[in-house]
Design a protein around this ligand. Sequence first.
Ligand code: ATP
Length: 325
Amino acid sequence: MTQIKKIGLYTSGGDAPGMNAAIRAVVRTAKYYNIEVIGIRRGYEGMINGEFFPMDGKSVANIIQRGGTILKTARSEQFKTPEGRRLAYDQLMNHGIQGLVAIGGDGTFTGARIFGNEYDMPVVGLPGTIDNDLNGTDFTIGYDTAINTVIDAVDKIRDTAESHDRLFIVEVMGRDSGLIALRTGIASGAEAIIIPETNRDINALMDRLENGRKDKSSKIVMVAEGEDAGGAFEIGRQVKEKFPNYDTRVSILGHIQRGGKPSCMDRVLASRVGVAAVEALRDGHRNEMIGIVHNEISYTPFEHACKHHVEINANFLKIVEILSI
Ligand code: ATP
């Protein structure tokens, strides 16, 4: 057990619902163990600029149900340079900070890993991203809320699709990861799913439209954002060209997927890993992400958590194929 007395806490990269629940858990757990918490606003940018303020149990009251992050978040180019990280380290030293809890995605952890190797500063991370694209946790904080937001929106789109006999191409977030599209595609009864993991192959969609049941009045196609196949509008154009008889529309869900109050699953996940993060720092962990695998807390080195490529379950695609006949 180490004698950590003061820790810094920040959120970084894209915001995700449940980050506030994680902030609350870290602050309250630190209080439980008599550790001071310094909130750092706007991620690494705020760390470099010294945007620090003390947090106590009361400062995180009434935030567990709120989306976004009260610590704000930012992207910092300066932190990618050794000079920027030196400025950040000096700020941490000036404030007597002995350990850090970072809440974010793979960019955040890449920065934390580099920083933790350069300086003697223990950093642990909490997986806060709607993309679910980190190794070492079954789910990331924000993913459950985001997929529920998506299916809620798609259910509404389905109403109009059904009334007008339309085919809707729905674009969801996930530039490098199709995990949002994959799950929401199954949950909303999609005809086909187009994701980066399969190189956004649209042949399965074309095949389904060519040979599938013709008497369906509405059709939903779930597409992960990204440019490889030209994006949802380009896919829509190709479908219109090949199947002019379909009334094809495109809907981009966009930033609504990041917002809203976190689901129960996300609040519980954030609370569990938040408590574990403070305990991990006390136990001498460093350069690790705290996740949950098979319902148990797990510790994954940053370099492994950010492998960039999370395997998709091929069975999910098969399920879409079987259930859309
Ligand atoms: P999300 O995936 O939800 O957007 P993220 O954590 O991956 O979240 P990024 O914008 O990729 O978001 O990264 C957040 C910040 O981490 C960057 O703005 C930068 O300050 C820092 N960072 C990313 N990569 C590096 C790197 N190679 N070296 C140092 N810092 C980095």
